[in-house]
Design a protein around this ligand. Sequence first.
Ligand SMILES: *Cc1c(COP(=O)(O)O)cnc(C)c1O
Length: 401
Amino acid sequence: MKNEDLLKIAKKFGTPTYVYDASKIESQYKRLTSSFKEVKNLRINYAVKALSNISILKYIKNLGAGIDTVSVQEVILGLKAGFDPDKIIYTPNGVSVKEIEKVAEMGVNINIDNLNVLEQFGNLNPNVPICIRINPHVMAGGNNKISVGHIDSKFGISIHQIPLLLRIIQNTNIKVNGIHMHTGSDILDIEVFIHAAEILFDAASKFEDLDFIDFGSGFKVPYSTGDNETNIEELGEKLSKRFNEFCKEYGKDLTLAFEPGKFLVSEAGSFLCSVNSIKQTTSTVFAQVDSGFNHFVRPMMYGSNHDIINISNPNDSERFYSVVGYICETDTFANNKRISRINEYDVLCFKNAGAYCFTMASNYNSRYKPSEILFFNNKPFEIRKRETIEDILKNQVVIDI
Ligand SMILES: *Cc1c(COP(=O)(O)O)cnc(C)c1O
């Protein structure tokens, strides 16, 4: 999106606000599907937790994707957005068997990653086909917080427990229709991914009734100019070839599934906030914006580095700024970053603000959550209004005291 379009949106809808460029979501979707064009049955299940606005879900549905969900609430959102239940997969971790049964009743595909839960669920619902989430124990991912495939991770059923898994399946008579893995985010080494895939193929060969193999996600997107990213085209070429070979050995054209979140929506998003004040200390120039980790927590939680552009004054001489928020807590978005000269009331644009940004926003400091705008066919649509004090007070009960 052009700076002028973003600036117009900031003027019209106010700040702080999230803006999503629909055309970028579409081009990422097409990039992924064309990388795997050699695979007969490909299924992209968008990971709802990255960005769950219902208009975004509808848009992604129209592209032809299914969805990956992690809670019953995400499933309900998906159904409300118009997804058929069989286009939804539910991959919970640490939820109750009751919740899994509730979702199964809606006709959604169930992915289980706990032997104990599998046994309980299977005994109660022997007719519901189940996908099994395997932990291949391949160390991958950008950092420890987002890497979920290691040996002491809480996710997945260990490959070392497959004999036990097979016994439970035999005893309960469950039909296993899919095998799944999701090793973590920010995978850069294609060979590591292929290695994990081989482990998954090996596990898959032990099940006779599979319909699909789900390779999860973990595609890394570039966060700033020159940053590295997963080479999707290379992955597509190598994995497709191997997948097609496996299908031959298996004797059936299985579906190859992925469940990208970040890859589809991260780069489509921009976060716009306004500069409240400039504060010069003995060592630092702070640009203080009308936001904080209540709206945008990734830099503080994951140490992620987002490009920040002064869209009100993009071509002035650059200076070093520490961009911080207005929360009474340390909420540093960037330390000593080179940004075109900032004045009060300028609008700053944080890049890569599509994934795990709005969905992690809170009302800390009793601030309103930002609004959300979808830029579609060159027009901005407000897809979430800014909150008001009524939203903060909703569900609070004032008692006589
Ligand atoms: C979060 C998650 C994803 C999406 O991961 P990204 O890094 O955003 O692509 C996919 N599958 C599962 C099971 C997840 O929990």
